[in-house]
Design a protein around this ligand. Structure first.
Ligand code: PLZ
Length: 452
């Protein structure tokens, strides 16, 4: 295949949807054939258009199609793809040095990212951070730190949770297919409790916060013993599991309970963090202050970086040399993070996320009035979803979900699905998307429902 000259990415890219071939087009199909022959089948694709440039709210593919992006590469490019401050700092850093290994000879960028994390994550207490490569690695390290600091082993996770694909994080992740099937045995001392899922709570949404908390507290008491629990880990808004938003009150109750029992409260903000939900972190919404926070995705504008941030005395409980890795906090990734964080602050991206929610939620609620199979519209800021099910029985409808997603894709709108039952359409636009593109994307979605 000859490489066609692609436009430069970033916000300068024409901010419009334009389809010049069917989706996927012939060049993407050629690449797909190469991909099938060269890349392991286990690594899947949501939409096999091969991207050559991206920026603002669009993805441009190898055939010259320009798609509206409601996915941000799974909540990563919140500041936009090839965001100017990210690209500039990365370019500068890559020309200076690409690696020393922070554990061998340190550099300022790593320290500056940790300072920013300590300042921006919930709570004004003294904090420390450590940097890693991926979300799963951050979660693994948060559990290591919690076990070391408490001298306890058990970890409590929730139904519908997603925390990664490594061995320990597979154990924490709830869903079997595709994440866990035949990949066991899994790490031990992981206990799963019911999630406060208002739509599906047996006693109804109004009773959910209180009853779910009581069920969790009782479950921990009877099945594990409070004194054996190192940490409770929870996504303050669940991601892969279906954008489940716990009812007001549930997280504060859970955090208080943990404090009373010497259990560390770990907030996995890997998907919900860094302005996505309209606050810097989803925990901020109810003033919940976790002992440890895991971050990744949005932190570095697309560069691979992740972190654990927590109370100084907990983080510093681990002996020198107990945490690390060759690449964790790579200088180029740190430069990306500093550019991304600067962008979030300079452009007030929490406010942008709230504005996106204010535009999306009313249109989606209206859509739900027309199509009763939309049984729930939920989320905050630019982390929004609709759940599809039979309105009488709440039997999940993954087939309709796939059908709507496919209709969006071929019309040039990148949307993602999620959910334990595969029946949730989720919307995670870059926070810098133009409002005209956002509205156009919603119109495509409306057409997709009309075509069911
Ligand atoms: N914790 C809350 O959302 C990653 C997974 C995509 P990594 N979610 C996207 C897939 O199918 O692999 C995620 C998350 C939460 C942890 C992780 C793991 O982050 O950077 O993918 O390891």
């Amino acid at each position: 295949m000859t490489t066609q000259s692609a436009p430069a990415g970033g916000p300068g890219l024409a901010q419009r949807r334009r389809l010049v071939t069917p989706i996927p087009g012939p060049r993407s199909q050629e690449l797909l054939a190469r991909r099938t022959a060269a890349v392991a089948r286990g690594v899947s694709n949501t939409l096999p258009v091969f991207i050559t440039a991206a920026g603002g709210g669009v993805l441009v593919d190898a055939d010259g199609n320009s798609l509206i992006d409601f996915g941000s590469g799974i909540a990563v490019t919140s500041v936009g793809n090839a965001a100017p401050r990210v690209a500039a700092r990365v370019q500068e850093q890559v020309a200076q040095f690409t690696h020393t290994c922070f554990m061998v000879t340190p550099y300022e960028g790593y320290v500056a990212v940790c300072e920013a994390l300590n300042r921006l994550t919930p709570g004004t207490h003294e904090k420390r951070s450590a940097l890693f490569n991926s979300g799963a690695e951050a979660v693994e390290n948060a559990v290591k730190i919690a076990r070391h600091a408490t001298g306890r082993q058990a970890v409590v996770a929730f139904e519908h949770a997603y925390h990664g694909r490594t061995n320990l994080t597979m154990a924490l992740t709830a869903k079997n297919m595709p994440y866990k099937d035949k990949f066991g045995p899994f790490a031990g001392e992981v206990y799963r409790m019911p999630m406060a899922y208002p739509l599906r709570w047996p006693g109804g949404p109004a009773a959910c916060a209180g009853e779910a908390f009581e069920t969790v507290a009782r479950g921990i008491h009877t099945q594990v013993g409070e004194e054996n629990v190192a940490a409770v880990i929870i996504e303050p808004i669940q991601g892969e599991g279906g954008f489940v938003v716990p009812p007001e009150g549930f997280l504060p109750k859970l955090a208080d309970y943990c404090r009373q029992h010497g259990i560390l409260f770990i907030a996995d903000e890997i998907q919900s963090g860094f302005c996505r939900t309209g606050d810097w972190f989803a925990c901020d919404h109810e003033g919940v202050v976790p002992d440890l926070v895991t971050t990744a995705k949005g932190i570095a504008g697309g560069m691979p970086l992740a972190a654990v941030t927590g109370r100084a005395e907990i983080m510093d409980a681990v002996h020198s040399g107990g945490l690390g890795g060759t690449y964790g906090g790579n200088p180029v990734a740190c430069a990306g993070a500093l550019g991304a964080i600067e962008t979030m602050e300079a452009e007030d991206l929490p406010q942008r996320a709230r504005r996106i929610g204010d535009i999306m939620l009313p249109r989606l609620r209206k859509l739900a009035e027309t199509y009763p199979l939309i049984v729930d519209v939920r989320g905050r800021g630019a982390m929004i979803a609709v759940e599809l099910a039979d309105p009488d029985t709440l039997e999940p409808d993954p087939a309709a979900t796939q059908q709507v997603a496919h209709a969006c894709h071929i019309a040039g709108l990148m949307v993602l699905t999620c959910g334990t039952y595969g029946n949730v359409l989720r919307f995670l636009p870059p926070l810098v998307i133009g409002e005209d593109l956002l509205e156009e994307g919603l119109s495509i979605l409306e057409d997709a429902f009309a075509g069911l």
